[in-house]
Design a protein around this ligand. Structure first.
Ligand code: SAM
Length: 194
């Protein structure tokens, strides 16, 4: 999948125009820490805006300069420090790690043969004791679909990549979702081992 080309052509069918209710709920109930937050494959960056707060440094990365432009146009001003970097997640090497990483529609967007590299990058980027939150979509258990993106995903599949290094904290069946995604989302929280 050529993401830069897709963005340049303005073909972004995944773009729901706002953050998923599950993220807003996490934020509202204080489950997102302060500190450094990363959103890989952040697209238009709605989730950066939802996570922005004066005591957070929020970093979004995406391959596409057009995605960054869409973010800048949508959010000229946000509280705290919010940085949007045009970068490849797999080679992204910031000076410091992150306390919370939010993955929504990123894992499922990657080719299946990139999943081991996704895990290696997460192990490198999440600070010991930090949280990785994966909002899994489209959730299937068992997996029946064989095409993507979005590639069908489930907890056992993600666990098989992250289990050496992340402790599984909780899986939640998500009630409120974007229209059309009802019943197809699970929120799974993982803690990076010390
Ligand atoms: C399915 S879209 C989801 C965007 C956003 N999370 C949303 O929900 O609107 C996947 C995004 O990941 C970006 N992407 C794909 N591979 C990437 C990589 N290796 N590094 C950074 N971003 C990447 C794409 O450009 C695209 O914006």
């Amino acid at each position: 999948m050529d993401w830069r080309k897709t963005w340049r052509a303005g073909v972004t069918p995944w773009d729901a125009g706002t953050s998923p209710p599950a993220l807003r709920r996490l934020v509202d109930r204080g489950a997102v820490p302060s500190g450094r937050i990363l959103v890989p494959g952040c697209g238009t960056g709605y989730d950066l805006a939802t996570l922005a707060r004066t005591d957070r440094e929020v970093v979004g990365i995406d391959l596409s300069e057009d995605a960054r432009k869409a973010f800048v146009a949508a959010y000229p001003e946000l509280p705290g420090s919010v940085v949007y970097e045009v970068a490849d997640f797999f080679s992204y090497a910031p000076a410091r790690g992150f306390d919370f990483v939010w993955d929504y529609t990123f894992f499922c967007a990657l080719d299946p043969d990139q999943r081991t590299s996704w895990n290696q990058a997460m192990q490198r980027l999440v600070n010991p004791g930090g949280l990785l939150a994966t909002l899994l979509f489209p959730f299937e258990d068992p997996i029946s679909g064989t095409q993507g993106p979005p590639w069908p995903v489930n907890t056992a599949m993600v666990r098989s990549y992250v289990e050496d290094g992340f402790e599984e904290l909780k899986t939640t069946v998500v009630g409120r979702t974007h229209p059309g995604r009802e019943g197809k989302e699970r929120l799974v929280l993982w803690r990076r081992e010390a």
